[in-house]
Design a binder for this molecule. Structure first.
Ligand SMILES: *Cc1c(COP(=O)(O)O)cnc(C)c1O
Length: 491
C-alpha cells in the first residue's frame, strides 16, 4: 500500500503559473518595458483620444479563455486592441475632470511593487515600512503633526470615507460600532454646495442619509458662505438635530475654490464639531510656498483627505487620509480575530497593521511608487509643477479675457479655468449647446480633453491643469481650435 502511494506521488507533475522558459519571459518583459517607454516618450505625437471601433470592442470582449495562449500572443492582443485606445490622461492636452498624468519611473515602481507583491494589511516587512514612511512624508507635506495617523487608500473618495467614518464614530456620543445609527437626533454634516459627490456618497454609505448633509450656499467666489453656515448650525440645533462635522473644500472640483479653512476651524472649535478637509487635489498646494496660504487653517483639521494620483502625478490608484488622533482612527476600524492576531516576534509582529485603520484587509503596495518618485524628483520639483500649472491657468485666463469670442465664467483661484465660446446675439440655450458640442469635437478630433460643467446655467468648457506635460503652446492650440469649431458651428 505504502509503495503504491509512493509510486503515484513520483508520477505527479505539479503545476505552477511560473513560466517554463524564463528566458523567453525575460525577453518579453524587456520588450514591454521598451514599448511602454517608447509609448510615453512619444505620447504628444499621437491623438489624445479616438473612438473605439466596434471590431476592437469585439476583440476585447472575448469569451472566458479555458485553454492557454502564448503570452506573446496575448501581449500582441493588448498592443493591437487596448494600447491604441487610451483614456488620454497621460497626454499633455488632457485637462478633463481632475486627473494625473503619471510618470515613467512611477510606472516602473508599480512593476516592482507587483513583482514583490506583498500584502500591505500588516506585518513586519520592509514594504510596510515604506508605506509608514510615505505617510510620515504626507503629514509633513500637509503641515500635520508627526503624531497623527494616516493611511494610503485608493483615492480621494475612500480618503473622505475613512475620515468621515472616524468623525461619525467620535462625535456620535455613543458606541456607534455596537449600536449602529439609531440615535434619536439626526447627525448633521455641513459642506458647501460645491463639495465633491464623494462626500455625499460617504454620508449615505455611513447610514446617515443624504438628509444629514446640509449643503451651504457659496459666495460669488464659490467659497462656503460662513454666515449661512453658522445660521444653519444654529437652526439645526434649535430643531433638535445633532451637528457633528464640517467639511471644508481645499480646491473645489468645479472651480478650484478654497473655503476659508481658518473660519471653519474656528466654528468647529466653538461648536465642538469635527473639522474635515477635502483637499483631493487642492491640498497639494501646501507643498508650494507661494500657494500654501490657500490652505491656511488646514493644519487645524481633525482629518484631511487628498490624492497622490492627481496633482502629485502618481499612476492610479493612490490617495491618503490623515487623522489627527491616532487612537480615534484605530478605534473606528480595528477588529482582530484570532487568525489575524498580531504577534510580538516574527512576520506578524510590529506596529504596522494598516488593516486596523481602514476597510481593506488585503492591500496593494501602492506606497512604493510614491516613495521612489519623491526620492527621484524631490518635493521641490513637484511643488514647481504645481506652480507651473497655476501659472498656465492664469495665462489661459488672460488669453480668454483678451478674446472677444471667449467668455470667462468663473474666477480662477487656482488651476481651473471655466469659460465658453461666445458670440453676441446668441441665446444662452444655443451657447450651451454649442459649447457642449465643442468639447465633444475636441475629443473626437483627438485634439484635447477638457470636460464640461455648468456654472449658473451656463455650460462651461472646464480646463483643469494638473498635468506635468502641459506647455503653454498646448493651451494656445486648444484656444485656437475652440474658436475654429465655435465659428463652424455658428455658420
Ligand atoms: C477627485 C476628487 C475626489 C475624489 O477622489 P478620487 O481619487 O477620484 O476618489 C474628492 N474630492 C475632490 C475635491 C476631488 O477633486
Amino acid at each position: 500500500m505504502e509503495k503504491e502511494l509512493e509510486a503515484t506521488l513520483q508520477h505527479v507533475k505539479e503545476q505552477t503559473l511560473d513560466p517554463e522558459d524564463w528566458d523567453a519571459m525575460r525577453k518579453l518583459g524587456h520588450q514591454m518595458v521598451d514599448d511602454m517607454l517608447q509609448y510615453l516618450e512619444h505620447v504628444s505625437e499621437r491623438p489624445i483620444w479616438k473612438p473605439l471601433p466596434e471590431k476592437t470592442k469585439a476583440n476585447i470582449h472575448q469569451a472566458l479563455p479555458l485553454e492557454p495562449q502564448e503570452i506573446e500572443d496575448v501581449y500582441q492582443d493588448f498592443k493591437e486592441n487596448v494600447l491604441p485606445y487610451p483614456m488620454g490622461n497621460i497626454h499633455p492636452r488632457f485637462w478633463g475632470w481632475v486627473m494625473g498624468a503619471g510618470t515613467p519611473a512611477a510606472m516602473l515602481a508599480d512593476l516592482l511593487a507587483s513583482g514583490m507583491n506583498p500584502n500591505m494589511g500588516g506585518g513586519e516587512h520592509a514594504p510596510n515600512h515604506v508605506e509608514a514612511t510615505v505617510i510620515d512624508w504626507c503629514k509633513e507635506m500637509m503641515g500635520y503633526p508627526k503624531s497623527a495617523s494616516g493611511l494610503l487608500v485608493s483615492g480621494g473618495s475612500m480618503a473622505n470615507f475613512v475620515a468621515l467614518t472616524v468623525a461619525r464614530n467620535v462625535k456620535a456620543g455613543y458606541n456607534i460600532r455596537e449600536e449602529g445609527v439609531h440615535t434619536t437626533s439626526r447627525l448633521m454634516a455641513y459642506a458647501s454646495s460645491e463639495t465633491h459627490s464623494s462626500v455625499q456618497r460617504s454620508i449615505e454609505v455611513l447610514g446617515l442619509g443624504n438628509k444629514s448633509l446640509r449643503k451651504i450656499p457659496v459666495t460669488p467666489n464659490f467659497e462656503i458662505d460662513i454666515e449661512q453656515l453658522a445660521l444653519a448650525i444654529e437652526e439645526d440645533r434649535a430643531n433638535g438635530l445633532q451637528p457633528f462635522c464640517i467639511i471644508g473644500n481645499a480646491g473645489a472640483t468645479n472651480t478650484g475654490a478654497f473655503d476659508d479653512l481658518n473660519a471653519l476651524a474656528q466654528i468647529c472649535k466653538e461648536e465642538g464639531l469635527w473639522f474635515h478637509v477635502d483637499g483631493a487635489f487642492g491640498a497639494t498646494v501646501a507643498i508650494e510656498p507661494s500657494l500654501a496660504h490657500l490652505v491656511s487653517g488646514m493644519e487645524h483639521a481633525d482629518s484631511i483627505a487628498f490624492d497622490l494620483h492627481k496633482w502629485m502625478q502618481m499612476p492610479f490608484e493612490v490617495g491618503c487620509t490623515l487623522i489627527r488622533n491616532k487612537e480615534q482612527h484605530y478605534k473606528a476600524f480595528t477588529l482582530t480575530p484570532d487568525y489575524l492576531k498580531h504577534g510580538d516576534r516574527g512576520l506578524a509582529a510590529g506596529e504596522l497593521w494598516f488593516s486596523d485603520y481602514g476597510l481593506q484587509l488585503s492591500r496593494g503596495f501602492r506606497a512604493l511608487k510614491v516613495w521612489m518618485s519623491l526620492k527621484e524628483h524631490g518635493l521641490k520639483k513637484f511643488a514647481a509643477i504645481v506652480r507651473q500649472n497655476v501659472d498656465q491657468a492664469l495665462y489661459l485666463k488672460d488669453v480668454v479675457e483678451a478674446s472677444p469670442e471667449l467668455e470667462l465664467l468663473a474666477p480662477v483661484p487656482l488651476n481651473i479655468v471655466c469659460f465658453r465660446y461666445y458670440t453676441a446675439g446668441c441665446s444662452n440655450e444655443k451657447l450651451n449647446a454649442i459649447n457642449e458640442e465643442i468639447i465633444i469635437q475636441l475629443h473626437e478630433r483627438g485634439i484635447a480633453v477638457p470636460t464640461g460643467t455648468t456654472i449658473s446655467d451656463r455650460y462651461a468648457i472646464r480646463i483643469c491643469i494638473t498635468n506635468h506635460r502641459t506647455k503653454r503652446e498646448d493651451l494656445d492650440l486648444v484656444v485656437e481650435e475652440i474658436i475654429k469649431i465655435g465659428r463652424e458651428l455658428i455658420a
